[in-house]
Design a protein around this ligand. Sequence first.
Ligand SMILES: Nc1ncnc2c1ncn2[C@H]1C[C@H](O)[C@@H](COP(=O)(O)OP(=O)(O)O)O1
Ligand SMILES: [Mg+2]
Length: 194
Amino acid sequence: MADKIKDAKIVFVVGGPGSGKGTQCEKIVAKYGYTHLSSGDLLRAEVASGSDRGKQLQAIMQKGELVPLDTVLDMIKDAMIAKADVSKGYLIDGYPREVKQGEELEKKIGAPALLLYVDAKGETMVKRLVKRGETSGRAEDNEETIKKRLDLYYKATEPVIAYYEKRGIVRKINSELPVDEVFAIVEKAIDELK
Ligand SMILES: Nc1ncnc2c1ncn2[C@H]1C[C@H](O)[C@@H](COP(=O)(O)OP(=O)(O)O)O1
Ligand SMILES: [Mg+2]
C-alpha cells in the first residue's frame, strides 16, 4: 500500500498561521492537480468526527499547543495513500513544525522536493486571522490564542527553514503581496519541479 506513494512529489508548505498557506495551496491544486493536505484540516476533521482521539485533539488545539507527532504523521500518510491514483503531487500544509517531524516524514513516506516558505509579517498574520475569526468559527482564531500560536511558530519553525535551506530546497515567498502576485511567485517554484 505505502508503495504507491514512494516516488511521490512532496512539497512542504511552511508559514505562520494566517500567512496564506491555505489560500496558495488552493490555487496550486486548481492549476497543477496536486492534493492539498493541511495537517490542521485533518486534525479538525478528526475533532468533528467526535471520536475519543478527536476530543483529546480538541483540548490540545484549543490551548494552541502541538499535537503528538505520530498522530499527525499517521493521518498524513493515510490521506496520501487514499489519493495516490489521482494526485500529481502533495502539498503538505502546516507540517513540519519541527525538524524532527520532517525527518520522521522522510523516513516513513519520502523526501520533500521543495519547501515553500510563505512569509508574512507578524502583524499581518494577526490582522488576517482576527478577520478570518469573524467568519471561520474556528476555536483557535481568537487574539489570545493567535499570539500564542505565533510565538510557538517562530520558535519551532526557524530551525525547520534553516535545516532545509542547507539542502537547497527552500523558496521564500513574499506573502505580503496581493494573492495573485503571491501565486505568480509560487508558480515559478512549482514549474521548476517538472
Ligand atoms: N496575500 C494575501 N493578501 C491578503 N489576504 C490574504 C492573503 N493570503 C491569505 N489571505 C487571507 C485569507 C484568509 O482569510 C487569511 C488567512 O489565510 P489562510 O490561507 O487561511 O492562511 P493559513 O492557511 O496560512 O493560516 O488571510
Ligand atoms: Mg491554513
